[in-house]
Design a protein around this ligand. Structure first.
Ligand SMILES: [Zn+2]
Length: 116
């Protein structure tokens, strides 16, 4: 339960939620952060990304690399759709989760948009 003065003066409160109860934390948020000290308060500018991150090893799992891989995967899945639509193959459809941003190709016009 937060102090009454916190709510009264509009101070930022922690946005973390309990996994167990689903209730919000209600602690006072750390200065310039969304969460309190107990829930990993970090300023956005202090978060290290890419090669600056201490756990960086080879760069294959960075956000940029994952986005690029997802885009290539999406294009391949859409090319498979195009091949089936045009009757170029009778192979089985690939199974599993589709890439982010994937939308099934159902017409020749959509093929032109994706490939063109
Ligand atoms: Zn908190």
């Amino acid at each position: 339960m937060p102090l009454p003065s916190i709510k009264l003066h509009g101070a930022k409160q922690c946005t973390a939620k309990s996994k167990r109860t689903g209730l919000s934390c209600n602690n006072l948020a750390a200065y310039g952060c969304k969460t309190c000290r107990m829930h990993g308060a970090r300023k956005a500018e202090s978060i290290k990304r890419g090669e600056q991150h201490p756990n960086y090893v080879h760069g294959r799992r960075t956000l940029e690399a994952q986005a690029e891989q997802s885009a290539v995967s999406r294009k391949l899945q859409q090319l498979e759709d195009a091949m089936h639509l045009l009757g170029m193959t009778t192979a089985k459809r690939s199974r599993g989760r589709k890439a982010n941003g994937y939308c099934k190709i159902t017409s020749v016009d959509e093929i032109k948009k994706v490939i063109g």
